[in-house]
Design a protein around this ligand. Structure first.
Ligand SMILES: [Fe+2]
Ligand SMILES: [Fe+2]
Length: 474
């Protein structure tokens, strides 16, 4: 099987003249397509979907819209343009030339970082593969598929780095990226959140809001890397990632809006009444938020981390928006932490700043998450209700780091394990909640029609009306 490099794989890495890379990708591409057919979106592979495709990195080409069957999507390889002046922006090599090749001593660590990031991309496609059947509209169905094909492209982007810079090990890692599967008992995806099932659309919106946002912050950290091809790859991925978070943000917004409409109509806030009317009550939205936010927090790793310190020292992974910090060495500063004291209380500790890099990034992430919550609350306030959504404490329900397994309430106050167990049903979706959430979610596949549990979006995609036939089913 030969590949037409210009048409099939749009790229700005001069693929047409790189024989070694061509051979590696020629071998990998059919395996990717098999994976897509088997574990990509279920049952919509022959539908024509109104998708954007990146055909270059400039303003005109990075979002080209048109109808495509997903298996024929042109998964391209793009790196943000090279800045010949770019210098290392942090750590012990601050101010030196960035690397166009990988220094031998960092080879295995960089490979690990790339594989860990790369693994999340196909994982989310696998997690979301059944959602097409229950999409609330063609607009939403199209957005789901847009997210899916772009995560596929992000996988390509990471596989390109593995093939181009890591030789045989890289090729093996690229194959394994298609062999691990989300939720697989024997070969799961690397990170926990990416093994959680996403079987309903509220979870999908929470995932794209909270977990894709983790992706944003990881990509921002890697976009600072001294390994220039990695930095440029991640910079370009961030442009696409913004849409995924938009899908989550506006999705939750529309769920809240619909809930408020029904509350108004019925003149009650009673969750049972809201549910009876086919909408999703706000306390249930809060529970899903608690679940996905706390799960996503774990993705940043431990509060204190010697790995994070060495990634920073060696210039492999920086802080998001590193240029906004004054001190790029971070050798003289400390970071204050509040940790469990092991006796049901708290203790304060100051740790070296470099060891706190995970926590620094997590802090920026939490601030970013707050913005959407504020917007959703404004809707509720404007509608005249006192209910407010909120982010739980970063200590709540953690599985990684100092707070792992420490029972706290949603405000972060340590409590007894028995109390935690007893109240868990108030904080996280119960089996009952999950069954309810699925019940009104039937696929709505008629142009312009919207499921009863969600309000229509304010506008369509690429200046098309909301009623546009974004997916042509056959
Ligand atoms: Fe991605
Ligand atoms: Fe994403």
């Amino acid at each position: 099987m030969s590949i037409n490099y210009q048409d099939r794989i749009p790229n700005n890495v001069d693929l047409g003249s790189n024989r070694t890379l061509q051979r590696a990708l020629e071998h990998w591409q059919p395996e990717f397509l098999n994976w897509w057919q088997e574990l990509g979106p279920r049952d919509f592979q022959v539908a024509d979907v109104y998708l954007r495709t990146a055909t270059s990195v400039d303003a005109k080409g990075w979002a080209t819209y048109g109808f495509v069957r997903m298996p024929e999507y042109r998964w391209g390889i793009f790196l943000a343009d090279r800045d010949p002046e770019r210098k290392i922006g942090f750590g012990d090599f601050f101010g030196q030339e960035v690397w166009q090749q990988i220094p031998g001593e960092y080879r295995s660590i960089l490979r690990r970082l790339i594989v860990t990031q790369g693994d999340t991309e196909p994982a989310s496609v696998e997690q979301q593969r059944m959602l097409g059947h229950t999409a609330p509209s063609l607009y939403d169905l199209r957005n789901l598929f847009q997210v899916n094909v772009e995560e596929g492209r992000h996988l390509w982007a990471m596989v390109y780095l593995l093939h181009a810079y890591f030789g045989r090990d890289g090729r093996e890692e690229a194959e394994e990226l298609l062999e691990r599967h989300s939720g697989d008992a024997n070969k799961p995806r690397i990170l926990g959140t990416f093994n959680e099932p996403i079987s309903d659309w509220l979870s999908f919106f929470m995932f794209t809001y909270f977990t894709d946002r983790d992706g944003k912050f990881q990509l921002k950290s890697l976009a600072e890397s001294s390994f220039d091809p990695l930095a440029r790859t991640c910079s370009f991925m961030l442009t696409e990632e913004a849409h995924h978070m938009f899908v989550g943000d506006t999705g939750i917004n529309r769920v809240v809006r619909r809930s408020l409409e029904v509350m108004k109509e019925l003149g009650t806030e009673d969750p049972a009444a809201i549910r009876n009317a086919g909408a999703i009550d706000l306390p249930t939205v809060q529970k899903y938020l608690n679940f996905w936010f706390s799960s996503s927090l774990d993705l940043f790793g431990s509060e204190t981390s010697s790995n994070a310190a060495s990634y920073f020292a060696n210039g492999l992974k920086g802080r998001p928006d590193e240029s906004r910090y004054e001190d790029h060495l971070a050798t003289a500063q400390t970071y204050p932490l509040e940790l469990p004291d092991g006796k049901g209380g708290l203790k304060s500790e100051e740790i070296p700043m470099r060891n706190a890099m995970n926590e620094v990034t997590r802090g920026s992430y939490v601030n970013d998450c707050e913005l959407g919550v504020k917007r959703w609350n404004r809707l509720i306030e404007k509608a005249g209700y006192s209910f407010r959504l909120s982010l739980p404490s970063t200590r709540f329900r953690r599985n990684i780091g100092n707070w792992a397994g420490v029972p706290t309430d949603t405000t972060g106050r340590p409590i007894a394990q028995a109390e935690f167990n007893a109240r868990l049903g108030d904080w996280l979706p119960s089996e009952n909640d999950q069954a309810y959430i699925l019940s009104p979610m039937h696929g709505v596949h008629e142009p312009g029609k919207m499921a009863a549990w969600i309000a229509p979006p304010d506008r369509g995609i690429n200046n098309n009306p909301v009623e546009y036939e974004y997916v042509r089913l056959h």
